[in-house]
Design a protein around this ligand. Structure first.
Ligand SMILES: Cc1cc2nc3c(=O)[nH]c(=O)nc-3n(C[C@H](O)[C@H](O)[C@H](O)COP(=O)(O)OP(=O)(O)OC[C@H]3O[C@@H](n4cnc5c(N)ncnc54)[C@H](O)[C@@H]3O)c2cc1C
Length: 478
C-alpha cells in the first residue's frame, strides 16, 4: 500500500461528501457511530475506519474509488458484514474507508424467459429469493445469514449454503458481473449468457476474491423453476460412515430431486437445544450423528413424499440409518431447518470456540472424522468438538468448543495449535482449509502453509496487475 503524502483527513472527507452527499459519508469525528461497520460479525476483528461511504450507484462508487486511488486511501468493500473471516472490516495501517454497498439494492430485471435476475450488489439475499418466488422462480442460494447478507458479499465470498448439492455454490450461479476496478474503471461483464467462450472468463476473477481485486456493483444470476413440492426428513445414525452411504443411496434413488444433506453431531443438536429452549427433539433416541435431508420437485407433495419414504425405508433396511422422521407439515419442516440454522448462533452464545470450515472428498470424510476426534481429545483433553455442515458437498464445520471450565480467552490462545492439528490432517488428504467462508484476515497466515508457491505467485501477479497500489481491501487473502 502506498502511504499517502501529507494526508489531510478533513480535506478527504470534504471531497468525499462533495461527491456523494454529506449524509452518506459517516465519520467518527462528527460523532457518527461506526462500530456496526468496523467490527465483524464474530466480534473477532475490529479496525479503524476513516469513514463509512454509502454510495447510491455504480457511478458514485467509481468517483469514490478514483478519489481513493488518487489519495492513497484503501477501500474495504462491505456488504451485510456477516462474513466469518474478518474480511469486511479494516485492518490497522494507513487510512482505510469502508465502502458499504447497501444503497445499491435494486433488482434491475427478472427475466423469467431466460431464467435470470439482474441485481445491484447491495440487494439482500432474502429480497432476491422473495422477488424470484413472486415471479414463479427460485434463486437457490440459501444460508443462515440470508436476511442480512448481500448478493455482492455472496459473490465476493463465493458463498455456499444448504443447496449446493443440487444447484452449486455462488460461482455456479453467476452469469455476469459489473465491477469497479481499483483505478475506478467500470468493467461491464453483465451478460446473461450460459455459453460465452470469448477468451478469459474475467468474472471468475472477482468471485471469491473477497473484495481484493475490485468492487462488484451488479450481477446477473441464474434462476430456476420454483419447486412446487418439498419434503424434509431427519435421520439418526451411529456412524458418519452410515451418513456417507445414506447420501449415495438417496442421490441414486432421488437424483436431481435431492437438494440438501446436512450433517449434525449429537453434540451440535444438544447445544442448540440448550441455547434455544423449546427446540423439539426430532427423534426419540439420542444418536451420535444426525442428517437433515430435503427433496424438492415440480410435482405434488404426495408423490414426492412417497418417493422419499420409499427411499428412506430402503436405506433403513440397508443399515444406512437407524431412525428417521418425515416432517408432516411445512411448519415441522421449518422447525427442523431452524435446528440446523441455529447451530451457528448457539455456538456464538456458547462462547469460546475455534471454528473450521474444511472440505474433503466425501469418500474420505468418515476416515478423517474417525481419526481426528481421538487425536483432538488426546492433544486437548476435555475439548468439545461440535461437528456439523454440508456433508453433501464434502464441507464440514469441524468446530472445537472450549473444555468445561476454560475461559474463552484462554481457549482462543490455543487456536494456532488446534488449527495446525486439523488443517495438517486436511492437507494430507488433499482437502481445503476454507470450503466456503474464505480467507480474510483469519486464515491469511495459513495460505503460505497450504498453498503451493506456484499458486501463491500466480495470485500475487493477478493482484499486482489489477491493484498495483494495493489499495483494495489490504491485509486480506494475500
Ligand atoms: C448465521 C450465519 C450463517 C452463515 N452460513 C453460511 C453458509 O451456510 N455458507 C456460507 O458460505 N457462508 C455462511 N455465512 C457467512 C456469510 O454469511 C457469507 O460469507 C456471506 O456471503 C457474506 O455476505 P455479506 O454481504 O455479509 O458480506 P460481508 O461480510 O460484508 O463481506 C464479505 C467479503 O466480501 C467482500 N465484499 C462484500 N461486498 C462486496 C462487493 N460488493 N464487492 C466486492 N467485495 C465485496 C468484503 O470486502 C469481504 O471481503 C454465514 C454467516 C452467518 C452469520
Amino acid at each position: 500500500m502506498v502511504p499517502p503524502v501529507r494526508f489531510n483527513p478533513q480535506a478527504w472527507l470534504a471531497e468525499a461528501r462533495a461527491l456523494i452527499g454529506a449524509a452518506h459519508v459517516l465519520s467518527a469525528d462528527r460523532g457518527d457511530d461506526l462500530s456496526a461497520c468496523t467490527r465483524d460479525w464474530r466480534n473477532k476483528f475490529e479496525g479503524p475506519a476513516l469513514a463509512v461511504l454509502r454510495p447510491a450507484d455504480a457511478g458514485e462508487v467509481q468517483s469514490l474509488v478514483r478519489l481513493a486511488a488518487r489519495t492513497g486511501v484503501a477501500i474495504v468493500p462491505q456488504g451485510g458484514n456477516t462474513g466469518m473471516c474478518g474480511a469486511s472490516v479494516p485492518t490497522a495501517g494507513g487510512p482505510q474507508a469502508i465502502l458499504q454497498l447497501g444503497r445499491l439494492d435494486r433488482i434491475l430485471e427478472i427475466d423469467p424467459g431466460n431464467n435470470t435476475a439482474t441485481v445491484e450488489a447491495g440487494c439482500i439475499l432474502q429480497t432476491l429469493q422473495e422477488q424470484a418466488a413472486a415471479a414463479g422462480r427460485l434463486f437457490p442460494l440459501s444460508l443462515g445469514a440470508e436476511g442480512s447478507c448481500q448478493i455482492g458479499g455472496n459473490i465476493a465470498t463465493n458463498a455456499g449454503g444448504v443447496q449446493v448439492l443440487r444447484y452449486g455454490n455462488m460461482r455456479d450461479l453467476v452469469l455476469g458481473l459489473e465491477v469497479v476496478l481499483p483505478d475506478g474503471e467500470r468493467l461491464d461483464l453483465l451478460r446473461g449468457l450460459r455459453k460465452d467462450n470469448t477468451g478469459y472468463d474475467l468474472k471468475q476473477l472477482f468471485i471469491g476474491a473477497e473484495g481484493t481485486l475490485g468492487i462488484i456493483t451488479a450481477a446477473t444470476v441464474k434462476l430456476f423453476p420454483a419447486p412446487g413440492a418439498e419434503v424434509v426428513a431427519f435421520a439418526g445414525m451411529s456412524s458418519i460412515g452410515q451418513a456417507v452411504r445414506l447420501l449415495g443411496a438417496m442421490r441414486a434413488r432421488l437424483g436431481e430431486r435431492f437438494t440438501a444433506f446436512e450433517l449434525m453431531s449429537g453434540e451440535a443438536v444438544e447445544l442448540v437445544r440448550s441455547h434455544f429452549p423449546g427446540t423439539p427433539a426430532p427423534l426419540e433416541g439420542r444418536w451420535p450423528w444426525h442428517v437433515l435431508m430435503e427433496a424438492t420437485d415440480g410435482g405434488s407433495d404426495e408423490a414426492l413424499r412417497e418417493a422419499m419414504q420409499a427411499a428412506l425405508m430402503a436405506c433403513l433396511e440397508d443399515g444406512c440409518l437407524e431412525d428417521v422422521v418425515l416432517a408432516g407439515s411445512l411448519a415441522q419442516g421449518q422447525a427442523l431447518w431452524a435446528l440446523r440454522e441455529n447451530i451457528t448462533h448457539a455456538q456464538q452464545m456458547d462462547g469460546g470456540n475455534i471454528k473450521h470450515d474444511i472440505s474433503l472428498p466425501i469418500s474420505r470424510i468418515p476416515a478423517f472424522v474417525e481419526q481426528m476426534l481421538p487425536r483432538l481429545l488426546q492433544a486437548f483433553p476435555g475439548a468439545r468438538p461440535i461437528v456439523y455442515g454440508h456433508l453433501g458437498d464434502g464441507n464440514l464445520h469441524f468446530n472445537v468448543s472450549a473444555p468445561a471450565g476454560i475461559a474463552p480467552a484462554a481457549w482462543q490462545r490455543e487456536t494456532d495449535a488446534v488449527n495446525q492439528l486439523i488443517h495438517d490432517a486436511v492437507a494430507e488428504m488433499r482437502g481445503s482449509i476454507s470450503a466456503e467462508h474464505g480467507i480474510g484476515q483469519l486464515k491469511r497466515h495459513e495460505m503460505a502453509l497450504y498453498k503451493t508457491p506456484a499458486e501463491l505467485e500466480v495470485m500475487r501477479r493477478i493482484k499486482q496487475a489489477l491493484d498495483p497500489q494495493g489499495l483494495m481491501n489490504p491485509g486480506k487473502v494475500l
